[in-house]
Design a binder for this molecule. Structure first.
Ligand code: SAM
Length: 233
């Protein structure tokens, strides 16, 4: 890692992250790569973790939650493919890092977090960075956020036992929902695309591991999911 004697070279670390963790592994979306190059990920991790911010793994952010691995953020964003005119819903604000990437790419981002302290901290960081196109909501994201629906894209950054029906209902025709679906400790990165007739087309994009999506249309508690969930799509 680059160290010039006075400060750590975050920009160089970010460039290496983009080249070796993202581009080299098949992230090809130019706008996604550009956004990952721009957003200062080290400002979204706890102070004692800043030197690890651009490493190839998830990191703890408090409240038992995590900021996702850079590759997973990039892959999910590439699958979502947000356009500059889009309104996007994110479930699981966490550190706010994914919300920043989305805010770089879409017109408007609505991000829902169930832990108030995380939402508050993310809001402070994102506002200090000058993002003005993000709406922060504290609540159960498995219910979506009906006041601003429909959404051109929805991204869920926690592992769900099945696709929450309210999210399907709040997805606009032509819209895409990206969500890890499966068991408590392993999920399949799933994309549900709604066609103009309202029919869902499902595709799968490999295995992933996320903290659980807890709520009315998700896991019922942290301890839930130790058994096989019913209704996996
Ligand atoms: N997107 C985040 C980031 O960029 O740092 C990472 C999110 S972390 C892997 C998952 C987050 O989902 C946690 O902060 C957790 O509290 C939140 N979460 C879990 N269930 C939720 C629900 N029903 N509604 C909203 N947020 C939820």
């Amino acid at each position: 890692m680059t160290w010039d004697g006075t400060h750590y070279n975050y920009e160089a670390a970010r460039e290496r992250m983009v080249q070796y963790q993202l581009a080299a592994r098949g992230i090809t979306h130019p706008r996604v790569l550009e956004a990952m190059r721009r957003v200062p990920r080290h400002l979204f991790v706890p102070p004692e973790r800043v030197y690890d911010a651009y490493s190839d793994h998830a990191l703890p952010i408090g409240e038992g939650q995590t900021i996702s691995q850079p590759y997973m953020v990039a892959l999910m964003t590439q699958l979502l493919d947000p356009a500059p005119s889009h309104r996007v819903l994110e479930i699981g604000t966490g550190s706010g890092y994914q919300a920043a990437i989305l805010a770089e790419l879409a017109n408007e981002v609505v991000t829902v977090e169930r832990e108030e302290s995380l939402s508050q901290r993310a809001r402070e960081v994102l506002e200090s960075l000058g993002y003005r196109n993000i709406t922060f909501v504290v609540g159960d994201g498995t219910e979506g956020y009906p006041p601003l629906a429909p959404y051109d894209g929805i991204i869920v950054t926690a592992g769900a036992p099945f696709i929450p029906q309210p999210l399907v209902e709040q997805l606009a025709p032509g819209g895409r929902l990206v969500i890890p679906v499966g068991h408590r400790y392993e999920q399949v990165l799933t994309v549900a695309e709604k066609d103009e007739q309202g029919k869902l087309h499902i595709s799968e994009h490999g295995y992933c591991v996320f903290v659980p999506l807890i709520g009315k249309h998700g896991w019922r508690s942290e301890a839930d999911g130790e058994w096989e969930p019913e209704g996996i799509i």
